[in-house]
Every structure is written in C-alpha cells, then in structure tokens.
Write a protein that binds this ligand. Sequence first.
Ligand code: MG
Length: 384
Amino acid sequence: MTPWTGKSRTCCIERRLATDGEQPLAWPKGLAKYLREMQRTEISELGEFGLIRRLTDGLANQQSSTLRGVGDDAAVIDPLGKRVVVTTDMLCEGVHFDLSYAPLKHLGYKSVVVNLSDVCAMNAKPTQVVVGLGISNRFSVEALDELYAGIRLACEVYGVDLVGGDTTSSPSGLTLAITAIGLVDAEAVVGRGGASDGDLLVVSGDLGAAYMGLQILEREKSVFQAAPTAQPELHGFEYLLERQLKPEARVDIVRELAELGVKPTSMIDVSDGLASEVMHLGTASQVGFKVYEDKLPVDAKVYETARAFNLDPTLCMLSGGEDYELLFTIKQGDFENIRNHPKLSVIGHAVEAPDAFTLVTKNGPEVPLKAQGWDSFQSGNKTE
Ligand SMILES: [Mg+2]
C-alpha cells in the first residue's frame, strides 16, 4: 500500500493552541495532581450564576443568524431562509474520555468539534452551539476555565456562536452535552439515504490515526501508572495524538464540494469507524458497497505504528473510528470534478444488492466487510 501522507489543517490550529503558553501535547500529570497544582476556587464560591457569567464572559457573536445569544431565557436564531440542522452529543467521563490523558482544554475543543462534524455530514454549515455541563466537586472553577478555553477556541476557529447552555452539579465525574445548530440551503441537504447503484464512495483525509493515537496514550498511561516518574514517549507521534485529542470537523470539504459543484448523493461522518459508516450509508440507501483495501487513505505513521503494535493497519482504518472525516457518495459523472483533489480518495462504489458489503483485499480475494466500531453500550470501551 502506498502511504498517503497528506496532512489536514490541524497543524496550524495546534500552533494556535500552543501559543497561549502551554504545551498542548505535554503529558498531563494525571487529574489529581493537575488539579492540586492548579489554583483552586470552589464552584460554590461563585454559585451557578456567577460561574455561568465567568464562563461566558465577553462572548461575541459572529453569525448573522444569531439574533440573541447567552443572557436571555433562550437564544433567538434567524434561519435566513435556510433549513436548520440540529444535532446533539453527550460525552461522559469514563465512557467517552479519560481525563488522565485528555487535557481539559482539548476535551472542550473536541466536544464541540464532534458535533460540528455531524452538522457537516448533513452538508450544512455549523452556526451555533449550546453547552450543557454536569460537574462534580472534584472540579474547580479554574478547571472549568480550561475546559471552556477549549470550547471557546473551537467556536472561534469554526466561526460558530456559543448561544446558551446549562450547568448542574453531578455526584461524580464530568458530563458534557453539546448541541450544534447549522444552516443549509433546502436543495443542498444531504442525508444517509441517497446513494444508488454505481455511485462512487469517497472519503476525505486519512483514516486510523485517531485510533493509533489512542493506543499510544493507553500505552503511556500503563507505563505512567506502573512508574509515575517515567517520562512518556510521545515524540514522533504528534500527528496521531493530535488526531485523537484534537480532531477537526471537515467544514472545508463541505465548502469545497459546493465550490466544485458536487452535491454528494449520501453522506455521513466517520465517528465509529469506516466499515460501520459504510454500512449505515448502505442500509439507509438500500444498496451494498464494495470497498478496495488498496485505496484506503493512510498516513505513513499510522501504518508504521500499527505494525509496531502488532495491529493490522487495515483493521485500524476500517474499525478504529474517531477520524471525523466525511464519507460520501457521488454520481460517476462527478468523478472528473474531484479526481485530483488532494484531500479526497475514491475508495469504492455502491452495488445493487442491499446489505452486500465487501472488502476487495490487496491480494485480490473479496471478504465480507465487518463493522467492529465503537459501541459504548455494548462494550463500554474501544474494540480492538
Ligand atoms: Mg455522525
């Protein structure tokens, strides 16, 4: 397989995260130590309204569709004659994230981005977010400042407005519930169900890096637990860690497809793993898919690291998940428009038979495509 080495624009955003005097990918000291070393103001000292004032202080709206944001009983949004897209995602400590290696600022950033990614998957432009927080008394005001610094940065980078939310106390842990709103022209809405026989299957960016980033973090966590003074070995894995800790939503792909005059026939974002998302498109569209192993886009570092971990790189690409790339189908007639696009790979095509999902392997034989993606209800953890 020829490694695909294109990088997304995450690097420039990473530099922005790094400019305010911290090392974003420095190994967190573990939440307990981190919170001990941080100046600690109890949330009770501010009270709920004081806390909300502090967290939302100075927010300025950027979207013309935001008529009224934080500070009233509800936000007021003008849909500007378009269709409104709404999506929500809940992240629970211990299920979806582990604060022993996910810095709070990164968590805040990621929790917004995963919602914006769902808006993009409808071919819409994200415009507003609403943030709900359940917080235990383990967290100080300063810790929430960090979390909000990430939330605010994501809003700034993507030009979306934080227009409301709620905070409540929780007996343990941290829960984040984020709702994102987006706008799209009525005729531009793309769902999962529009693919038909012969449509080309396309994915943006590269696959498997977030999963390999998680493997690195899990490995270093085990080392840290066994020997707390050990220095983590993260050097050289920056791209993988970035993809796990600070993914990006592909607003650029939605915009560029529109500029190219290409409207996908179906679309989904890759959160649970490519194989699982291919099946979602197929089931909703009542078609099957043939995916070609040698067309799957992979960064060289993912390939190399998977091998070093004794993992099959293809399995990491198919089932790793959390890539937040866009997976979509286009009419064959649109192929010329995307043919040389550096961020897009054609990885297969739709076939007439519903539920026929196959992987054409590099050696030739076709095997059934298996979805082994993330399922928080079944396993409570990542699948291998
Ligand atoms: Mg999704």
